[in-house]
Design a protein around this ligand. Structure first.
Ligand SMILES: Cc1cc2nc3c(=O)[nH]c(=O)nc-3n(C[C@H](O)[C@H](O)[C@H](O)COP(=O)(O)OP(=O)(O)OC[C@H]3O[C@@H](n4cnc5c(N)ncnc54)[C@H](O)[C@@H]3O)c2cc1C
Length: 326
């Protein structure tokens, strides 16, 4: 078996790897003493994207470029990846936690007949075994797990692992294996294009503003978006807000939504239910704004403001603007 740690590339679907890949490749390189390899399924790679993967520390890029890979369908990716993994025998297969990697990597692990450690927040080598740490019971406990056999398949929570320092000019071998692409059994009968908010992506953002039921209606999210534009944040929501139809599900933070780990999380009118905390409790700094001093979110908040968010948000936005204009 090769010692390579594969890093499945998550890209922006326009040929550019997402910056979370710096974290995945950085961790893979640390664990494997520099044996990180990127595996990129795409319908269009760019030279800049390949260069970026090399500069983050990939020694080799397996570029599997085929029109069949877009739009993403896990069955096609899985068939191709399983065929390649059987030939190349990597020691580990790592991917970031994103909607499609969650699905794809689980399916790949099943196809390879190996275990999957999902949503990992730490790794350590114990002799020649990899030990992964992952939250269980909605983040109440951290479990250490290992694999009965390789390849060790795992997904990594974004914003937790130290990103690789880019090494300008570093180059990687690019290998373009030919793999069979199965005919999709699944067809798209409806296609919805998501309209971009122009704000950072929720799981990648360093700052996240989250609006809960206390926002009182969809029309009020504009005050969070105004603040988000000033400080470069993403805007998310609690399930109560999503269930009410105020925000699309892709903005939901929590056990049944996205898991985030930003440098700064600010919750506005969010009570702090355990299922919401499951998706954001690993944020580095937590700020809560709630008019109820007894709201559970204050128990895990680093900073709290007891007050009406409709007064606090415009004030904060004004102050942030002043600070950033200095
Ligand atoms: C199986 C399961 C899975 C779930 N998954 C998720 C999940 O993924 N994500 C998630 O978020 N929830 C999830 N939930 C729901 C969760 O239990 C809570 O119901 C939900 O998180 C509550 O959302 P909230 O905090 O916005 O609303 P509430 O609990 O109603 O809290 C609203 C808060 O706003 C405050 N407030 C009101 N007006 C103002 C104001 N003007 N200024 C300041 N504060 C104000 C109130 O004091 C209150 O604390 C799940 C539940 C189940 C059972």
């Amino acid at each position: 078996m090769a010692n390579a740690f594969w890093c499945i590339v998550e890209d922006d679907r326009q040929g550019t790897p997402k910056k979370v890949m710096a974290e995945v490749i950085g961790e893979a390189a640390r664990l494997s003493s520099g044996q990180a390899e990127a595996v990129w399924f795409t319908d269009k790679a760019t030279e800049a994207g390949l260069k970026q993967l090399a500069e983050w520390g990939a020694n080799k890029v397996w570029l599997i470029e085929n029109a069949a890979f877009a739009p993403y369908r896990s069955e096609i990716w899985t068939g191709a990846a399983a065929e390649l993994a059987a030939k190349a025998t990597p020691r580990a297969i790592l991917a970031p936690v994103t909607s499609r990697q969650r699905e794809f990597v689980a399916r790949l692990a099943a196809r390879l007949g190996v275990g999957l450690a999902a949503d990992c927040v730490a790794f350590a080598m114990d002799g020649d075994k990899l030990v992964a740490t992952r939250p269980v019971y909605a983040g109440k406990l951290l479990a250490k797990v290992t694999w009965a056999k390789a390849p060790w398949v795992a997904t990594l929570r974004p914003n937790v692992f130290r990103p690789a320092d880019a090494q300008p000019g570093r180059v990687a071998t690019v290998e373009r294996p030919s793999v069979a692409t199965t005919v999709a059994q699944m067809r798209f009968v409806e296609r919805r294009e998501e309209v971009s908010t122009g704000l950072p992506e929720l799981t990648e953002a360093e700052i996240v503003l989250s609006g809960g039921r206390g926002m009182k209606g969809p029309e009020h999210y504009v005050i969070l978006e105004d603040m988000a534009r000033v400080i470069g944040a993403a805007v998310g929501a609690s399930r109560a807000a999503v269930d009410a139809g105020w925000r699309p599900h892709r903005f939901q933070i929590g056990q049944t939504g996205r898991t985030i780990s930003p440098k700064l999380y600010m919750g506005f009118g969010v009570s702090g239910a355990i299922q919401h905390l499951a998706g954001m409790r690993t944020s580095k700094v937590i700020v809560a704004v709630n008019k109820d001093a007894e709201a559970p979110i204050f128990k895990i908040a680093d900073y709290g403001i007891v007050g009406d968010l409709f007064e606090v948000v415009p004030e904060l936005t004004k102050e942030f603007k002043k600070l950033l204009e200095k």
